[in-house]
Design a protein around this ligand. Structure first.
Ligand code: ATP
Length: 234
């Protein structure tokens, strides 16, 4: 469904992604794990068209995404849940969700997807008229995911959805990730919480200073000495 081939990204002289190749098949949950500054966010931003690669190609369902604009990439079926729950703080919950559907004109479909988001996140339905900036951290994360789903993506890119959440909420969010996938959305998830990420994903990649250093079925990575020592606390 998605394939990246030999992607190089630079920020000035900083070589942030070094020949990164990666693929995601339809229906999968794939995770990319790595330490702070390894290049995880840069990778998602490159797929979304927010960062331009210097070399390499990105393909999605037969289309070349490499030089496409972010809004075209959303229209092709890729939504991004950014890190740090970036919701529009002054807009209400409902307005934030509507922003997620801004490229769509199918009113009935939009309404159906709103209901789907409320079924996943009943909390949001109770807070529809509340400014998003007044939601708790966990609720803002739910809203950021809900907003991305309102574009009806085929592929959902998730940037550290568990960051800063209490353990019980982390469990909830990972349960929701499974449910979204079971409903037919393919997911590429980046995480520092390697334990949870390897639990939910079928396959995984490990990135270190801009380079993919390991890849394979999650179960195999979980057994790897290197992953255990560096990412699972020994
Ligand atoms: P974290 O988990 O801390 O968010 P990350 O794995 O997502 O880290 P990135 O945010 O992709 O890492 O950053 C990769 C590298 O690129 C880092 O060295 C970072 O300092 C650098 N970098 C990221 N964004 C920029 C930018 N806009 N300008 C310059 N350097 C940047």
């Amino acid at each position: 469904m998605l394939s990246l081939e030999a992607i190089d990204v630079y920020y000035g002289k900083i070589h942030a992604l070094k020949g990164v190749s990666l693929s995601v098949d339809e229906g999968e949950i794939v995770t990319l794990i790595g330490a702070n500054g390894a290049g995880k966010t840069t990778l998602l931003r490159t797929i979304s068209g927010l960062v331009r690669p210097k070399n390499g190609t990105i393909r999605f369902r037969g289309e070349d995404l490499t030089r496409r604009r972010p809004e075209d990439i959303v229209a092709l079926g890729i939504s991004h849940v950014p890190e740090g729950r970036r919701v529009f703080a002054n807009l209400t919950v409902k307005e934030n969700l509507e922003m997620g559907a801004y490229l769509r004109r199918d009113r009935a479909g939009i309404q159906a997807d709103l209901e789907r988001v409320f079924a996943l996140f009943p909390r949001l339905k109770e807070r529809l008229r509340q400014p998003a900036g007044t939601l708790s951290g966990g609720e803002q994360q739910m809203l950021a995911i809900g907003r991305a789903l309102m574009a009806r993506p085929k592929l959902l890119l998730m940037d550290e959805p568990s960051m800063g959440l209490a353990p019980v909420l982390v469990q909830t969010i990972f349960g929701i990730i499974r449910e979204i996938n079971a409903q037919g959305t393919t997911i590429l998830l980046i995480e520092q919480n390697a334990h949870m990420a390897l639990g939910v994903a079928r396959r995984a990649y490990v990135i270190e200073t801009g380079r993919i250093v390991l890849e394979g079925p999650s179960e195999a990575l979980r057994q790897s000495e290197k992953v255990r020592a560096a990412y699972l606390g020994g």
